[in-house]
Design a protein around this ligand. Sequence first.
Ligand code: NAP
Length: 291
Amino acid sequence: MKTAFLGLGVMGGYMSANLAASGYSVNAWNRTSDRPGVKIALDAGANIVDSIQEAVTDVDIICTCVSDIPDVEAVILGENGVIHFAKPGAIIIDFSTIGSAAARHISQQLEPAQIQFLDAPVSGGDIGAKNGTLTIMVGGNEKIFETAKPILETMGKNIRYCGNVGSGQAVKLCNQILCSLNLVGICEAMLLAEKQGIDPNLVVEICSTGAAGSWALSNLGLKVAHGDFEPGFMIKHILKDLRIIQEMVNSDLPLPGTELADHLFKIVQKLDQGLGGNQGTQAMIRAYNRS
Ligand code: NAP
């Protein structure tokens, strides 16, 4: 199978590299040519191309990993998007987090061109992307999922079919609530440790093996404590995800914890002359001390 990968950001750079390193032919494209992910893909054997057209023409599987809903729509349905150049029968796997409604809309728009669509949002962060250990939650036609599975297995370890198109996104939004509220707990536990004169390393080491253990605590706990705010997963992206959740539930389903996390992330987003959203989500701690 010939493949293409569109969007070589923090996640897409490593994911396309793992695909290429597994022996697949990968045409890789990024809007901005000098991003670190472009070199990561190139070094792993991907063929870097200059346009979406060049990337997807005569290709069987097209992976996309960009930012927000308008970005995925631009790459797939836009003037120079995949829809105009992919062959009938091609499969698009979108790894971006965009919510179920957007996934269903894109899938419907692709139907007349006989292009298949799977929503396949991921969890596991840049570390999971680099190590090929992502959790991937997939929505769409089950037979298409089975065809695409070997591709997904080059990037992830826990690959789950969730149901019709949009179902992967539905699970991913639940995941984002868990991630956000985990971080509230981590920040407050770290502040309490500091107040009691307890070494944060001790809190992470001990609590991560007990009932409070989580990916977030093991991977972000010490970063919170040590003020390492490099992304990882940027605050601007989690705010996108919380926005999608809040727009979807409207006022039908009160989610006070999600609202609190959203509020704390927004405080940090405004820091650094408005550039605070480019930090990793663990920078939530800055909402507490505002420096
Ligand atoms: P990122 O580093 O900010 O990369 C975003 C990528 O999308 C870049 O390649 C960017 O191209 C491209 N892009 C954005 N808008 C575009 C447009 N209109 N047209 C063409 N390309 C466009 O983000 P990321 O961390 O890789 O995340 C990508 C997606 O995965 C997001 O939906 C995010 O929520 C999700 N995700 C991220 C993580 C994580 O830990 N980072 C984990 C799970 C899920 P340029 O380089 O030209 O800007």
